[in-house]
Design a protein around this ligand. Sequence first.
Ligand code: ZN
Length: 350
Amino acid sequence: MKTPPVFDGHNDVLSRLYKRGTSGGIRGFLTGDDGHIDVPKSRLGGFAGGFFAVFVPSRGEFSGYLERMQAPEYDLPLPPEVPLAEAQKIAWKQVETLRQLEKDGGLTICTDTDAILHCISSGEIAAVLHMEGAEAIDPGFETLDRLYEAGLRSLGPVWSRPTPYGDGVPFRFPSNPDIGGGLTDIGKSLVRKCNRMGILVDTSHISETGFWDIAAITDAPIVATHSNVHAICPHSRNLTDKQLAAIAETGGVVGLNFATALLREDGRMVDDVPVSMMVRHLEHMVRIVGEDGVALGSDFDGATVPKPIGDASGLGALRQAMTDAGFGTKLIEKICYKNWVGVLKRTWRQ
Ligand code: ZN
Protein backbone atom coordinates (compact mmCIF):
# COMPACT_ATOMS: atom_id res chain seq x y z
CA MET A 1 0.00 0.00 0.00
CA LYS A 2 1.75 3.19 -1.21
CA THR A 3 -1.07 5.69 -0.90
CA PRO A 4 -1.62 8.12 0.58
CA PRO A 5 1.87 9.56 0.08
CA VAL A 6 3.84 10.59 3.17
CA PHE A 7 5.12 14.15 3.46
CA ASP A 8 6.69 14.49 6.87
CA GLY A 9 7.99 17.12 9.29
CA HIS A 10 11.62 16.08 9.83
CA ASN A 11 14.54 14.22 8.32
CA ASP A 12 18.32 14.39 8.75
CA VAL A 13 19.34 13.45 5.19
CA LEU A 14 21.48 16.60 4.88
CA SER A 15 23.56 16.01 8.01
CA ARG A 16 23.97 12.35 7.06
CA LEU A 17 25.30 13.34 3.64
CA TYR A 18 27.47 16.03 5.27
CA LYS A 19 29.09 13.45 7.56
CA ARG A 20 29.62 11.11 4.64
CA GLY A 21 31.23 13.68 2.35
CA THR A 22 29.01 15.31 -0.20
CA SER A 23 29.83 13.88 -3.64
CA GLY A 24 29.55 10.18 -2.81
CA GLY A 25 26.55 10.91 -0.61
CA ILE A 26 24.61 12.62 -3.38
CA ARG A 27 25.09 9.72 -5.77
CA GLY A 28 23.93 7.36 -3.04
CA PHE A 29 20.78 9.42 -2.46
CA LEU A 30 19.91 9.15 -6.15
CA THR A 31 20.67 5.48 -6.67
CA GLY A 32 20.17 4.02 -3.19
CA ASP A 33 22.43 3.64 -0.14
CA ASP A 34 22.31 2.40 3.45
CA GLY A 35 20.45 5.42 4.91
CA HIS A 36 16.75 5.73 5.73
CA ILE A 37 15.86 7.96 2.77
CA ASP A 38 16.97 7.82 -0.86
CA VAL A 39 15.11 7.98 -4.18
CA PRO A 40 14.54 4.22 -4.65
CA LYS A 41 13.36 3.71 -1.04
CA SER A 42 11.06 6.74 -1.33
CA ARG A 43 9.38 5.26 -4.41
CA LEU A 44 8.94 1.91 -2.70
CA GLY A 45 7.37 3.35 0.45
CA GLY A 46 5.48 6.29 -1.01
CA PHE A 47 7.69 8.88 0.73
CA ALA A 48 6.75 12.13 -1.01
CA GLY A 49 9.11 14.46 0.85
CA GLY A 50 9.14 16.68 3.90
CA PHE A 51 11.24 19.05 5.97
CA PHE A 52 14.95 18.57 5.19
CA ALA A 53 16.90 19.82 8.21
CA VAL A 54 20.15 21.74 8.05
CA PHE A 55 21.82 20.67 11.28
CA VAL A 56 25.23 21.56 12.67
CA PRO A 57 26.55 18.57 14.64
CA SER A 58 28.09 19.00 18.08
CA ARG A 59 31.84 18.66 18.40
CA GLY A 60 33.69 15.53 19.37
CA GLU A 61 32.47 13.79 22.47
CA PHE A 62 28.79 13.84 21.60
CA SER A 63 29.13 11.24 18.89
CA GLY A 64 27.58 7.88 19.68
CA TYR A 65 24.68 9.39 21.62
CA LEU A 66 22.10 7.15 19.93
CA GLU A 67 23.93 4.13 21.35
CA ARG A 68 24.12 5.70 24.81
CA MET A 69 20.35 6.12 24.74
CA GLN A 70 19.89 2.34 24.54
CA ALA A 71 20.44 2.12 28.31
CA PRO A 72 17.41 1.71 30.63
CA GLU A 73 18.14 5.17 32.09
CA TYR A 74 20.43 7.88 30.74
CA ASP A 75 21.39 11.47 31.29
CA LEU A 76 23.61 12.73 28.50
CA PRO A 77 25.50 15.94 29.27
CA LEU A 78 24.48 18.88 27.08
CA PRO A 79 26.98 19.40 24.26
CA PRO A 80 28.77 22.77 24.14
CA GLU A 81 27.57 25.79 22.16
CA VAL A 82 28.68 25.87 18.52
CA PRO A 83 30.49 29.10 17.54
CA LEU A 84 28.82 31.23 14.83
CA ALA A 85 31.56 31.01 12.18
CA GLU A 86 31.81 27.23 12.45
CA ALA A 87 28.03 26.84 12.35
CA GLN A 88 27.72 29.05 9.27
CA LYS A 89 30.34 27.12 7.34
CA ILE A 90 28.62 23.78 7.98
CA ALA A 91 25.10 25.11 7.45
CA TRP A 92 25.89 26.61 4.03
CA LYS A 93 27.56 23.40 2.99
CA GLN A 94 24.34 21.52 3.75
CA VAL A 95 22.22 24.11 1.90
CA GLU A 96 24.58 23.59 -1.05
CA THR A 97 24.01 19.82 -0.82
CA LEU A 98 20.23 20.33 -0.97
CA ARG A 99 20.64 22.55 -4.05
CA GLN A 100 22.87 19.94 -5.67
CA LEU A 101 20.28 17.23 -4.98
CA GLU A 102 17.74 19.43 -6.75
CA LYS A 103 20.07 20.05 -9.73
CA ASP A 104 20.65 16.30 -10.02
CA GLY A 105 16.93 15.60 -10.12
CA GLY A 106 16.70 14.00 -6.67
CA LEU A 107 14.14 16.41 -5.23
CA THR A 108 12.50 19.83 -5.61
CA ILE A 109 12.91 22.64 -3.05
CA CYS A 110 9.43 24.02 -2.32
CA THR A 111 8.60 27.47 -0.96
CA ASP A 112 4.84 27.38 -1.53
CA THR A 113 2.20 24.76 -0.92
CA ASP A 114 1.16 24.51 -4.58
CA ALA A 115 4.70 23.35 -5.37
CA ILE A 116 4.45 20.68 -2.65
CA LEU A 117 1.12 19.44 -4.01
CA HIS A 118 2.53 19.45 -7.55
CA CYS A 119 5.48 17.30 -6.42
CA ILE A 120 3.17 14.93 -4.58
CA SER A 121 1.02 14.41 -7.67
CA SER A 122 3.96 14.10 -10.08
CA GLY A 123 6.06 11.79 -7.91
CA GLU A 124 8.97 14.19 -7.28
CA ILE A 125 10.34 14.40 -3.73
CA ALA A 126 9.23 17.74 -2.21
CA ALA A 127 11.78 19.36 0.11
CA VAL A 128 11.08 22.15 2.57
CA LEU A 129 14.35 23.73 3.71
CA HIS A 130 14.37 23.65 7.52
CA MET A 131 17.08 24.59 10.02
CA GLU A 132 17.34 22.71 13.32
CA GLY A 133 19.05 25.06 15.76
CA ALA A 134 19.76 28.70 14.85
CA GLU A 135 23.48 28.78 15.71
CA ALA A 136 24.35 29.73 12.11
CA ILE A 137 22.21 32.86 12.29
CA ASP A 138 24.03 36.05 13.30
CA PRO A 139 22.55 38.46 15.87
CA GLY A 140 21.75 40.99 13.11
CA PHE A 141 19.75 38.26 11.26
CA GLU A 142 21.52 38.94 7.94
CA THR A 143 22.09 35.21 7.57
CA LEU A 144 18.37 34.63 8.04
CA ASP A 145 17.61 36.92 5.10
CA ARG A 146 20.15 35.07 2.95
CA LEU A 147 18.82 31.68 4.03
CA TYR A 148 15.29 32.81 3.18
CA GLU A 149 16.49 33.69 -0.31
CA ALA A 150 17.98 30.19 -0.53
CA GLY A 151 14.54 28.75 0.30
CA LEU A 152 14.49 28.46 4.12
CA ARG A 153 10.87 28.38 5.30
CA SER A 154 11.11 26.63 8.69
CA LEU A 155 13.37 27.18 11.68
CA GLY A 156 13.75 25.55 15.09
CA PRO A 157 15.54 28.13 17.25
CA VAL A 158 17.35 25.44 19.28
CA TRP A 159 18.55 21.85 19.16
CA SER A 160 19.29 19.95 22.40
CA ARG A 161 22.07 22.25 23.66
CA PRO A 162 22.50 25.81 24.91
CA THR A 163 22.37 28.50 22.20
CA PRO A 164 22.33 32.32 22.08
CA TYR A 165 18.58 32.06 21.37
CA GLY A 166 17.45 29.75 24.18
CA ASP A 167 17.96 26.32 25.73
CA GLY A 168 17.25 22.93 24.22
CA VAL A 169 16.27 19.96 26.41
CA PRO A 170 18.85 17.26 27.20
CA PHE A 171 18.57 13.60 26.19
CA ARG A 172 17.61 12.29 29.60
CA PHE A 173 15.24 9.51 30.61
CA PRO A 174 13.00 9.72 32.47
CA SER A 175 12.60 13.50 32.39
CA ASN A 176 10.20 16.41 31.94
CA PRO A 177 10.50 19.05 29.22
CA ASP A 178 10.70 21.71 31.95
CA ILE A 179 14.53 21.81 31.96
CA GLY A 180 16.61 24.89 31.13
CA GLY A 181 15.79 28.52 30.43
CA GLY A 182 13.41 30.07 27.95
CA LEU A 183 14.04 32.30 24.97
CA THR A 184 16.63 35.04 25.39
CA ASP A 185 15.79 38.57 24.21
CA ILE A 186 17.43 37.86 20.89
CA GLY A 187 15.54 34.56 20.73
CA LYS A 188 12.29 36.50 21.10
CA SER A 189 13.37 38.90 18.32
CA LEU A 190 14.15 35.89 16.13
CA VAL A 191 10.62 34.50 16.59
CA ARG A 192 9.10 37.91 15.73
CA LYS A 193 11.32 38.20 12.65
CA CYS A 194 10.27 34.70 11.50
CA ASN A 195 6.62 35.68 11.99
CA ARG A 196 7.09 38.76 9.80
CA MET A 197 8.85 36.72 7.09
CA GLY A 198 6.34 33.86 7.21
CA ILE A 199 8.98 31.35 8.34
CA LEU A 200 7.51 28.51 10.41
CA VAL A 201 8.88 28.40 13.99
CA ASP A 202 9.43 24.86 15.25
CA THR A 203 9.17 24.12 18.99
CA SER A 204 10.72 20.61 18.90
CA HIS A 205 13.85 20.37 21.14
CA ILE A 206 13.12 23.58 23.08
CA SER A 207 12.64 23.70 26.88
CA GLU A 208 9.08 23.96 28.16
CA THR A 209 9.76 27.54 29.26
CA GLY A 210 10.94 28.29 25.72
CA PHE A 211 7.80 26.65 24.32
CA TRP A 212 5.57 28.96 26.38
CA ASP A 213 7.71 31.96 25.39
CA ILE A 214 7.10 31.12 21.72
CA ALA A 215 3.39 30.56 22.40
CA ALA A 216 3.15 34.01 24.01
CA ILE A 217 4.91 35.80 21.14
CA THR A 218 3.98 34.07 17.92
CA ASP A 219 1.10 35.06 15.70
CA ALA A 220 1.39 31.82 13.71
CA PRO A 221 0.11 28.31 14.52
CA ILE A 222 2.34 26.53 17.09
CA VAL A 223 4.15 23.58 15.53
CA ALA A 224 6.30 20.74 16.84
CA THR A 225 7.74 19.03 13.76
CA HIS A 226 9.01 15.85 15.46
CA SER A 227 7.86 15.23 19.05
CA ASN A 228 5.66 12.69 20.82
CA VAL A 229 3.34 12.26 23.79
CA HIS A 230 4.93 12.75 27.22
CA ALA A 231 2.02 10.97 28.96
CA ILE A 232 3.08 7.75 27.15
CA CYS A 233 6.86 8.21 27.02
CA PRO A 234 8.16 10.54 29.77
CA HIS A 235 11.08 12.02 27.82
CA SER A 236 12.06 15.72 27.88
CA ARG A 237 11.74 15.76 24.07
CA ASN A 238 8.04 14.89 24.25
CA LEU A 239 5.07 17.19 24.79
CA THR A 240 2.83 17.33 27.84
CA ASP A 241 -0.93 17.29 27.31
CA LYS A 242 -0.97 21.00 28.19
CA GLN A 243 1.50 21.74 25.38
CA LEU A 244 -0.52 19.60 22.95
CA ALA A 245 -3.66 21.54 23.92
CA ALA A 246 -1.84 24.83 23.23
CA ILE A 247 -0.90 23.55 19.77
CA ALA A 248 -4.56 22.69 19.16
CA GLU A 249 -5.72 26.14 20.25
CA THR A 250 -3.64 27.87 17.57
CA GLY A 251 -4.51 25.49 14.73
CA GLY A 252 -0.99 24.06 14.91
CA VAL A 253 0.42 20.63 14.13
CA VAL A 254 2.50 17.98 15.90
CA GLY A 255 4.49 15.47 13.82
CA LEU A 256 4.91 11.93 15.19
CA ASN A 257 8.61 11.20 15.73
CA PHE A 258 9.61 7.62 14.81
CA ALA A 259 12.65 7.72 17.15
CA THR A 260 12.11 4.70 19.36
CA ALA A 261 13.44 6.51 22.47
CA LEU A 262 10.52 8.93 22.12
CA LEU A 263 7.95 6.17 21.44
CA ARG A 264 8.75 3.48 24.01
CA GLU A 265 7.40 3.71 27.54
CA ASP A 266 10.92 2.88 28.78
CA GLY A 267 12.61 5.56 26.62
CA ARG A 268 15.20 3.19 25.14
CA MET A 269 16.61 3.81 21.64
CA VAL A 270 16.26 0.20 20.48
CA ASP A 271 14.33 -0.87 17.40
CA ASP A 272 12.19 -3.60 18.94
CA VAL A 273 8.98 -1.54 18.74
CA PRO A 274 5.66 -2.63 17.20
CA VAL A 275 3.92 -0.20 14.83
CA SER A 276 0.94 -0.26 17.22
CA MET A 277 3.10 1.82 19.60
CA MET A 278 3.22 4.58 16.98
CA VAL A 279 -0.55 4.35 16.61
CA ARG A 280 -0.97 4.75 20.40
CA HIS A 281 0.84 8.11 20.24
CA LEU A 282 -1.21 9.14 17.20
CA GLU A 283 -4.49 8.27 18.95
CA HIS A 284 -3.51 10.34 22.00
CA MET A 285 -2.49 13.27 19.78
CA VAL A 286 -5.74 13.12 17.80
CA ARG A 287 -7.72 13.13 21.08
CA ILE A 288 -6.05 16.35 22.24
CA VAL A 289 -4.92 18.20 19.11
CA GLY A 290 -7.76 17.03 16.84
CA GLU A 291 -7.83 15.43 13.39
CA ASP A 292 -6.40 18.53 11.68
CA GLY A 293 -3.41 18.85 14.02
CA VAL A 294 -1.64 15.50 13.79
CA ALA A 295 0.98 14.56 11.20
CA LEU A 296 4.25 12.65 10.85
CA GLY A 297 7.82 13.77 11.60
CA SER A 298 9.88 10.64 10.99
CA ASP A 299 13.37 11.79 12.08
CA PHE A 300 14.63 9.40 9.36
CA ASP A 301 18.44 9.41 9.18
CA GLY A 302 18.61 10.97 12.65
CA ALA A 303 17.34 8.21 14.94
CA THR A 304 16.70 4.51 15.42
CA VAL A 305 13.22 3.75 14.05
CA PRO A 306 10.89 0.77 14.72
CA LYS A 307 12.06 -2.41 13.02
CA PRO A 308 8.77 -3.03 11.14
CA ILE A 309 9.29 0.37 9.40
CA GLY A 310 13.07 0.15 8.97
CA ASP A 311 13.38 3.05 6.52
CA ALA A 312 11.33 5.06 4.00
CA SER A 313 10.54 1.91 2.01
CA GLY A 314 8.64 0.53 5.02
CA LEU A 315 6.04 3.29 5.46
CA GLY A 316 3.32 0.93 4.26
CA ALA A 317 3.46 -0.78 7.67
CA LEU A 318 2.39 2.46 9.36
CA ARG A 319 -0.45 3.09 6.89
CA GLN A 320 -1.63 -0.47 7.46
CA ALA A 321 -1.47 -0.08 11.26
CA MET A 322 -3.57 3.09 11.09
CA THR A 323 -6.14 1.27 8.96
CA ASP A 324 -6.13 -1.71 11.35
CA ALA A 325 -6.72 0.68 14.28
CA GLY A 326 -9.86 1.96 12.55
CA PHE A 327 -8.54 5.33 11.33
CA GLY A 328 -10.70 6.36 8.35
CA THR A 329 -9.26 7.15 4.91
CA LYS A 330 -9.73 10.90 5.43
CA LEU A 331 -7.86 10.91 8.74
CA ILE A 332 -5.01 8.81 7.32
CA GLU A 333 -4.64 11.27 4.42
CA LYS A 334 -4.55 14.17 6.85
CA ILE A 335 -1.89 12.51 9.00
CA CYS A 336 0.17 11.40 5.98
CA TYR A 337 0.43 14.81 4.28
CA LYS A 338 -2.64 17.04 4.23
CA ASN A 339 -2.17 18.50 7.71
CA TRP A 340 1.39 19.63 6.92
CA VAL A 341 0.20 21.29 3.72
CA GLY A 342 -2.63 22.93 5.69
CA VAL A 343 -0.47 24.43 8.44
CA LEU A 344 2.19 25.61 5.96
CA LYS A 345 -0.58 27.38 4.04
CA ARG A 346 -1.66 29.09 7.28
CA THR A 347 1.93 30.05 8.15
CA TRP A 348 3.85 30.97 4.99
CA ARG A 349 3.48 34.29 3.17
CA GLN A 350 2.98 32.87 -0.31
ZN1 ZN B 1 15.64 16.62 16.09
